[in-house]
Ligand binder design. Structure first.
Ligand code: C5P
Length: 405
């Protein structure tokens, strides 16, 4: 057997459905491909298969209880949620899918699934009417939007003498889906991409800060698209209300100076994409205590310029990524300003967009961008931020292929 999953670590969450017996075979199939498998059984799963059987087949202790003190001391639910390459949920029952979609965390399996940033593959299995119920369709749609992958279900004879879609995919099909997800592939395979995203917060005093309206949606989508294209991705994110993209190493920072430090620490990289809306200025001397409004004088807020992260990296002699991409969010003269920025900062490409309030780009889900290089301007139609990200990454993949430096 080809060890296609050599050294891959899979956390298998077994849900409470009759198809759970097939998950025991799945453990075998994954292990014969070289993977290490660790199992979590829900309470329902324990009615169909035993933790002992899962442990015997996986060669690893199986986990069932969120409040098992021995377990928590040994590996703990947060480590379970982190120490793997992929989480496979098989069978993914209607209830488990609903809990995942709703973000519930009332047992070990659902808590780990909520606490993880790992990629997740579900193999749904349920009665045909449950599968066809609009609630399940809604939950699947929500999970897909969240980046959860799925395999199956198949159509066929099911328990209780029923026929239709809802039968869990066969272990071999699930193993093949795991191989597709974990087998390295994509135009940026072997490349390291560093992405900045979100706003920065510049402290005024311990409770106040200067911020901007960036949501981080575009930068995060770019990080996710680069990971999907096979790259190893480090995302340096300012404060945002977004989940860390699965499969991406995310470093959380607050200020511009912290962001620069995190970026420098993440280098070397093949591509640097600077999508963050970095504050241009910070308060010269942030107070160590909360400023009080007593007295009549307004507090003086002397500002100093922040380091320009993009320009610093693009102009550095050592460690400059071969491809450096900047962004230019403008409210007028978008392309002209972008051209000037390309020269001034020394990057290879600028993604320029209009962020005037009426465009709804700031915080919104779509974007109209112009790709500005020294060779000219390419204006794209309005696309979702996810599509802008995918197309940009595809474009950068072509550039990397065409001009290795
Ligand atoms: O000069 P401006 O802020 O318009 O430039 C935008 C581009 O420069 C973006 O790519 C942004 O991420 C980057 N930038 C930076 N550090 C700053 C200011 C901007 O990396 N201090």
């Amino acid at each position: 057997m080809n060890p296609s999953l050599q050294a891959k670590r899979i956390l298998l969450v077994i849900g409470g459905g009759i198809a759970a017996y097939k998950s025991l075979d799945l453990i075998r199939r994954l292990r014969e491909r070289g993977a290490t498998v660790r199992c979590i059984l829900t309470k329902g799963a324990g009615e169909f298969v035993t933790p002992l059987a899962a442990s015997a087949l996986s060669g690893q202790r199986s986990h069932t209880d969120l409040f098992d003190r021995e377990d928590e001391a040994d590996i703990g639910h947060i480590r379970l949620a982190r120490d793997a390459d992929l989480i496979v949920v098989a069978p993914a029952t209607a209830n488990l899918m609903a809990k995942m979609a709703g973000g519930h965390a009332d047992d070990l399996a659902s808590t780990v699934l909520l606490a993880t940033t790992l990629p997740i593959l579900i193999a749904p299995a349920m009665n045909v009417r449950m599968w066809l119920h609009p609630a399940t369709a809604r939950n699947l749609a929500a999970l897909t939007r969240d980046g959860v992958h799925s395999v199956g279900p198949n159509e066929g004879a099911m328990a209780e003498a029923e026929f239709g879609p809802g039968r869990m995919a066969e272990p071999l099909e699930i193993a093949a889906a795991v191989e597709r997800l974990l087998a390295p592939s994509g135009p940026l395979l072997g490349k390291h991409v560093v992405v900045t995203s979100g706003p920065t917060h510049e402290p005024i005093d311990p409770v106040r800060y200067i911020a901007n309206r960036s949501s981080g949606k575009q930068g995060h989508a770019i990080a996710a698209a680069a990971a999907a294209a096979g790259a190893r991705v480090t995302l340096v994110s300012g404060p945002v209300a977004l989940p860390d993209p699965p499969g991406v190493t995310t470093l959380h920072v607050e200020s511009a100076r912290e962001m620069l430090q995190a970026v420098e620490g993440a280098l070397p990289a093949d591509i640097g994409i600077f999508a963050a809306a970095v504050a241009d200025w910070r308060v010269a001397e942030a107070g160590t205590h909360k400023m009080k409004k007593d007295g009549n004088a307004l507090p003086p807020l002397a500002l100093v310029e922040n380091p320009d992260i993009l320009a610093t990296i693009a102009q550095s002699r050592e460690g400059r990524p071969p491809l450096v991409v900047g962004f230019a969010a403008e409210t007028r003269n978008v392309v002209e300003y972008a051209r000037r920025k390309l020269e001034k900062k020394g990057c290879d490409l600028i993604v320029a967009n209009d962020v005037s309030a009426e465009t709804g780009v700031m915080g919104g889900d779509s974007n109209t961008v112009h790709l500005v290089t020294r060779d000219g301007v390419d204006t794209w139609p309005t696309l979702s931020k996810a599509d802008v990200a995918r197309q940009l990454i595809a474009h950068l993949g072509t550039l990397m292929g065409a001009a290795p430096r």
